[in-house]
Write a protein of this length. Structure first.
Lengths: 310, 628, 326
């Protein structure tokens, strides 16, 4: 038998390739670093700060930023820096939990619907439609008396996740449907593989990349939802502190004492922006040719080359 | 022998021919950025085209044939870097901006692309899209353009053109859409028509019609034609001159007659030798070219074909041979042309292969029997309650048998029902009508356990080698999967996997690589290895070589043939390509619209076809031989 | 075609009924509208509390209560009563008008401008204008609407101060004091409308422009664009004429989903800019635990989504001939 020669490229594994492509995306790297710094600051700073978020410094009422109070103080002498950090903690925890929980629900529902088809598929998709029509915002708000106090943050997380998975599930279902008819899945079935083994061996790894991207992007959405609810007095409520409550409490005086709401607002935008940048970067890194063309000068368009160079 | 540089071309109705070349490409270089660095897709290409002349550019994937013509019409992606010279009647095209080139495109140079199904904009009507080609260049009113569009539709053979002009692209079949594209291409009477694999995506009978249409278009417009193809048969029947490309350069060019009579470049000879042909005896081993086309980002020093060349010497690897005249009008890029003639080259290739085994005497056991198989798809309509208003008989009462150690080929074009038949068989469920018997077991009586056993005895190989392999799994896992499903022990799996790789001619050390690291031919071999894992008796093959390059195809076909002789495998083979079928099959069943119209031993069907459809199929195949 | 739409409408209607029931049930279970009454000091006598409870049907089981309410809606157009005893319909008409004005203009402006900007961005890829719009879009998408609205108010204040006169008015829909003359009334409304509409539209604009840009970049690689250029159309012309039209098709489905976000945004906008629409009403009602207002507002929101869903189906069929069944 003639030997057919060595394979051409020694691409040492997919994950290295994805990592390399991600590293080339400067905005994504910046976003990842900034996000990491914010997370670290939110949890590492408060213990070492002179003031905590509940303290009131009567000697400095509504003062602009100063060395003693780097972010200024509010009308009751509360330190904005401490409050912002505490609010960040709350918003980050809720955001990450909702994002992860929501993605898990989305992947499970979507892949089951796509793989099993028939009535299961129709039932799940109908549920998706229903949840999209029900104004989630209203439902969560209605629950708000129950979410008062920090013991019911888990309830808030569950609610936010329960209303945030629908569009992702649709996409996962579409992915699963196209995977189901791909030849390697058919080949596995013709080899006699059970449905469960097909899901575990073939479907999950192929959907994994979507899962990662979706969780990252969902982080931004979850933070926005939570702060929006808290702003209106639903979700996280005083005396508990989140970025939303901070902005709500202080936006009245935004016109005259801008630092009161610019700092919490700024951090809020920063988190969401970084999450979006990282999410986009991941999406490009996993599949550079599918969704959009990358920046030309440094571009990598490998799949296109195979087609054109013939 | 006619002098190819003569000013006369023997076609009727051709424009007055001049000696100044219509198109002159000199020292063309095109490069792209990629994951691995800058790739030189085209590395110094020179050719000319005269009025009324058909130049065929032949090559396989990676040869650069499409890229060079995209450069001529100026439709390369923005990242491509082009240098050299492209002159249309003396006027330099390189360096022109988009606006200037747009005035040339569609009026003086036009192009017909490969995939007709995606070539037309889905949201605009056909007539409007043709009229757009006219309005982009001429000064005519919308009404005049619409009328002319209908005339053009009639010219390219669309029936009922007045009505059809109002249709949308999705209402047309692939062949009809390609006719529309040709209509757009000739609308403004171009001087040069470039055709990039225009028939590859079409059925063979449709291909014949389109090729005839292209010939007619050339006759009407007197244009020069560049025909890019991988099919030597098309080059032989349509072209006046042929240029063979390999690894981004032209390695041989001559008049068609000269090239097919005495090819001198080893690659051309290898290419011609590896094509399965209807005029060869049935089931002859083909002569593949060893190895695979080179990776364009890491070309070896010297002649890029040297690693695969049977007559390569050390000097070949020193420097790249330039394209030189051997005889006026016939050029090759090989330093050994003077010593090695055509016959020597063919002989050298034959030494590379082992002697074919004698065909073993098989027993008459029937391993697969299908009787009166029918599969009907309902058409429903109705808003709330879906009523069945009609049906599509995808498979309409067919019967055939596959015997042990023999190959049965199901031949048909799209819509014939051959793929549906395969699915029905592989599902191992009782069919709607009729019966299926696998290895003596009627599928209607199978228990779950028995079905599992039978599955291990009957495996499938699909058409697209990449889609059949999970991109996320290294191939050792892919090969182990069937063994794991059959609950074989870990030690057994560990020894079996390298053994399987060796059986299909791959190196066991590469078992931990991913599918993306392998070429198309290698991937198909991996698929075959996986199918062999459980020692099957029957292999079902769905167009197994259609996606492969011609020279690679030969190797896979030889492998399949050898495996059959060694192990007594039976094959059920589906294909639309009669030459491939002739090369592998013992028996043939011709399918048309769900029915088998002819069935019998291969020799009988192909030498004495009875049904007119079979005859049409055979006629439609372009044979790589130049007559006269 | 009409059959398909009818089926979709039916589907949406069923979903709407279910959604309203869910909200009704949920609110009935979690609201304690008598809290404010019970927590008054001195505590009112039990009979008063009981009377109020009976008035609000609080002790009846949920399903019949819902049934009564639905009957009232379908037969009499009666959406129930507020806690204060006023019929909901009275306020509803007024508030719906306010909200619709805000929603329609905000979403239309956001969608149309978003699509155009996205398309232009894809065609002018790598130029500064594309880069700029991408950055601005990313920022806008990361900014919650309440923050954006507040910032707009802040900016408007600065502009007003700098210009010395009130160009932008940001409290309410019209000025408190009466304005005479039709022209002046129009100008007055416009002055009040700019900021809230802008706030609402910017978010949609950012979202649509990104989606449209991506859709067009996908389409840019298509074969039919290449065919159009091979016919002789310049790159720009081919992209605008063939690319945009085809890339619009997936946008139609986006519109239905996008409106959900616009409605939520409208709630914040109404609150911040003092527009007395359904959104503001809703927030107040949830705080006051006023059941019937909440359910009615839910139905209103659901109805808007339903209509936009149907609209997007129609637009999709108009744009994509492949969907139209002959």
């Amino acid at each position: 038998m003639l030997s057919q020669g060595a394979p051409e490229t020694a691409a040492a594994g997919r994950w290295k390739l994805v990592w390399r492509r991600f590293l080339r995306n400067k905005p994504a790297i910046v976003g990842a670093i900034v996000l990491l710094l914010i997370v670290i600051a939110a949890f590492a700073l408060p213990p070492i700060l002179p003031f905590d978020y509940k303290s009131m410094d009567y000697s400095a009422l509504q003062q602009p930023p100063s060395p003693k109070h780097p972010f200024g103080t509010d009308a009751t002498g509360g330190d904005i820096l401490a409050q912002t950090m505490h609010g960040l903690q709350k918003s980050l925890i809720i955001g990450f939990s909702v994002a992860i929980l929501g993605s898990i629900i989305a992947v499970t529902a979507g892949s089951v619907a796509g793989l099993l088809g028939g009535w299961t598929d129709r039932a799940i998709m109908w549920l998706v439609d229903l949840l999209l029509v029900v104004p989630s915002f209203i439902v969560i708000a209605i629950f708000s008396p129950r979410t008062k106090g920090s013991s019911s943050i888990p309830l808030l997380i569950v609610l936010l996740a329960a209303f945030g998975w629908m569009i992702s599930a649709r996409i996962v279902r579409g992915l699963t449907l196209s995977l189901r008819d791909r030849e390697f899945v058919r080949a596995a079935r013709y080899m006699g593989a059970s449905t469960r083994s097909v899901i575990v061996t073939h479907i999950v790894p192929n959907v994994a990349s979507f899962l990662i991207i979706d969780t990252t992007l969902a982080l931004g959405g979850a933070v926005l939802s939570e702060t929006g609810l808290s702003y209106l007095g639903f979700g996280v409520q005083p005396p508990d502190v989140s970025l939303g409550t901070l902005i709500a409490a202080n936006s009245g005086s935004s016109l005259t004492f801008p630092w009161l709401f610019l700092f919490p607002g700024g951090f809020l935008v920063a988190i969401v922006l970084c999450a979006n940048l990282v999410g986009d970067g991941l999406r490009d890194a996993f599949d550079p040719s599918s969704k959009r063309a990358r920046a030309g000068r440094k571009a990598a368009k490998p799949t296109k080359q195979k087609v054109k160079a013939s | 022998m006619t002098d190819p540089t003569a000013t006369e071309t023997p076609q009727e109705g051709a424009r007055q021919v001049t000696t100044a070349p219509l198109l002159e490409v000199s020292d063309l270089h095109v490069s792209f950025p990629s994951e691995e660095g800058r790739i030189d897709a085209v590395r110094g290409v020179n050719y000319t085209v005269s009025d009324g002349e058909v130049l065929a550019i032949v090559g396989e994937s990676g040869s650069g044939k499409s890229v060079s013509s995209l450069a001529v019409i100026g439709l390369l992606p923005d990242q491509a870097r082009v240098r050299g010279s492209i002159r249309l009647r003396g006027k330099e095209l390189l360096g022109m901006d988009d606006r200037q080139l747009s005035t040339l495109r569609g009026s003086r140079i036009s192009m017909v692309f490969q995939d007709p199904l995606s070539a037309l904009t889905p949201v605009y009507r056909i007539g409007d899209q043709i009229a757009e080609a006219l309005l982009a260049h001429g000064k005519m009113s919308n009404k005049q353009a619409a009328e002319r569009a209908v005339e053009l539709l009639d010219l390219v053979g669309i029936p009922d053109p007045q009505v059809r002009a109002r249709a949308f692209p999705h209402e047309f079949s692939g062949g009809m859409r390609q006719r529309v594209v040709i209509a757009m291409a000739i609308a403004n009477d171009p001087e040069l028509i470039i055709c990039d694999e225009p028939t590859t995506a079409l059925d063979v009978t449709v291909q014949q019609q389109i090729l005839n249409l292209l010939r007619k278009a050339r006759d009407i417009t007197g244009a020069g034609v560049i025909m890019i193809t991988h099919d030597m048969g098309i080059a032989a029947t349509l072209a006046d001159r042929v240029a063979v490309m390999y690894a981004g350069r032209i390695v041989e060019t001559a008049s068609t007659a000269e090239l097919f009579r005495s090819p001198r470049m080893p690659y051309t000879v290898g290419l011609l030798g590896s094509i399965p042909r209807l005029d060869d005896p049935a089931r002859t081993p083909l002569i593949p070219i060893v190895g695979a086309p080179p990776a364009m980002h890491a070309l070896p020093v010297g002649c890029p074909f040297a690693p695969r060349c049977p007559v390569a010497i050390d000097d070949c690897r020193a420097a790249e041979p330039p394209l030189q005249d051997i005889v006026p009008g016939h050029r090759t890029a090989c330093i050994r042309t003077a010593e090695v003639g055509t016959t020597d080259l063919f002989t050298a290739y034959r030494h590379e292969i082992t002697e074919p085994e004698r065909e073993i005497i098989t027993d008459d056991r029937v391993v697969l029997r299908v009787s009166d198989l029918t599969k009907v798809f309902p058409i429903t309509s109705g808003v709330v309650f879906r009523r069945r208003t009609g049906e599509v008989r995808a498979v309409d009462g067919i019967s055939f048998e596959v015997r042990a150690g023999r190959t049965l080929a199901l031949v048909g074009e799209s819509g014939s029902g051959k793929s549906t038949t395969l699915t029905e068989i592989l599902d191992l469920e009782r069919p709607e009508v009729g019966s299926i018997e696998v290895l003596g077991n009627d599928v209607a009586t199978l228990t779950k356990a028995r079905r599992r056993e039978i599955r291990s005895k009957m495996q499938i190989i699909f058409q697209d080698p990449s889609a059949s392999l999970d991109p996320r799994m290294p191939i050792s896992d892919t090969l182990a999967e069937p063994l794991r499903i059959a609950r074989r022990s870990r030690e057994e799996i560990r020894t079996r996997v390298p053994e399987l790789l060796r059986q299909v001619g791959l190196r066991p050390e590469h078992a931990d690589r991913y599918p993306a690291d392998f070429s198309g031919g290698q991937k198909q071999r991996i698929n075959i290895a996986r199918a062999l894992a459980l020692d099957p008796e029957i292999l079902v093959l769905d167009e197994p070589v259609s996606s492969l390059d011609v020279s690679i195809q030969a190797g896979v076909l030889n492998l399949l043939r050898d495996l059959q002789t060694e192990r007594g495998l039976s094959y059920l083979f589906v294909s639309h390509d009669l030459s491939v079928v002739w090369n592998l099959a013992h028996d043939i069943a011709v399918m048309y619209q769900g029915k088998i119209v002819e069935y019998g031993p291969a020799e009988q069907i192909l030498t004495q076809p009875e049904h007119e459809y079979t005859r049409a199929l055979i006629d439609a195949i372009p044979v790589p031989v130049v007559v006269g | 075609m009409t059959g398909f739409l009818l089926r979709r409408a039916l589907n949406y209607a069923v979903l709407l009924v279910l959604a309203s029931f869910l909200t009704f049930a949920l609110a009935s279970l979690t609201f304690h509208p008598l809290d404010s009454l019970e927590q008054r000091s001195p505590r009112p006598p039990q009979s008063v509390i009981d009377a109020k409870a009976a008035e609000l049907h609080l002790n009846e089981p949920i399903l019949p209560r819902y049934g009564t309410w639905v009957k009232g809606v379908v037969l009499h157009g009666d959406f129930g009563q507020t806690l204060a005893g006023q019929p909901v319909t009275q306020e509803l008409g007024r508030r719906v008008g306010v909200s619709l004005r805000l929603l329609v203009i905000g979403s239309v402006v956001g969608t149309v401008l978003g699509v155009l900007i996205g398309a232009a961005g894809a065609i002018r890829q790598y130029r500064f204008s594309d880069y700029f719009t991408t950055i601005v879009s990313m920022l806008l998408l990361s900014t919650p609407i309440f923050l954006l609205a507040t910032l707009l108010k802040y900016g408007a204040l600065q502009i007003n101060l700098a210009a010395g006169q009130q160009i932008f008015l940001y409290t309410g829909e019209t000025s408190a004091s009466a304005v005479s003359g039709l022209w002046n009334q129009i100008v007055d409304r416009a002055q009040h409308m700019v900021l809230p509409t802008l706030g609402l539209a910017l978010g949609s604009m950012a979202g649509y422009s990104r989606y449209q840009r991506n859709a067009m970049l996908d389409v840019l690689q298509s074969d039919f664009i290449r065919t159009a250029r091979a016919k002789g159309l310049t790159r720009k012309r081919a992209l605008y004429k063939h690319g945009l039209r085809t890339a619009l098709i997936p946008m139609a489905t986006l519109f239905a989903y996008g409106l959900g976000g616009v409605i939520t945004g409208a709630v914040f906008t109404e609150k911040i800019f003092g527009w007395h629409g359904v959104g503001e009403w809703l927030v107040d009602a949830i705080n006051a635990q006023d059941l019937y207002i909440v359910v009615t507002a839910t139905v209103f929101a659901g109805l808007v989504i339903l209509i936009s869903g149907l609209l997007s189906d129609i637009v999709y069929a108009m744009l994509d001939p492949r969907v139209r069944v002959s």
